[in-house]
Design a protein around this ligand. Structure first.
Ligand code: FES
Length: 104
């Protein structure tokens, strides 16, 4: 629920076997897979940056770009979520199809 994520906070939801970090960045909802690109650590948003609990890498909460630390130069994987009132919905990406899929 959106009310679980007040401004300046985040919460991790489980959907479709994925951990999704949903952050409320000044009223803007952002979502990334909660898997640090360095070594898979878990992260949270503290009102300024998304920070990894394992080795302290920091990421921009809006675009997921690493700003500081051992993961510099990487980017968090964005996840599509939709807001409808107080409900949050995860929208999985359609399966990537091989251009040859219809040949089989
Ligand atoms: S696993 Fe996130 S900084 Fe190392």
């Amino acid at each position: 629920m959106l009310s679980d994520v007040p401004p300046g906070r985040s919460k991790t939801f489980l959907a479709d076997g994925k951990r999704i970090l949903v952050s409320n960045v000044g009223g803007e909802i952002t979502a990334f897979e909660n898997v640090c690109p360095h070594m898979g650590g878990s992260m949270r948003y503290d009102g300024r940056t998304i920070t990894c609990s394992w080795h302290g890498a920091r990421f921009d909460p809006k675009d997921g770009l690493a700003q500081f630390g051992v993961a510099e130069g990487t980017r968090l994987k964005p996840m599509a979520v939709a807001v409808d009132g107080d409900a949050l919905y995860y929208e999985p990406a359609p399966e990537a199809r091989s251009p040859w899929a219809d040949d089989f």
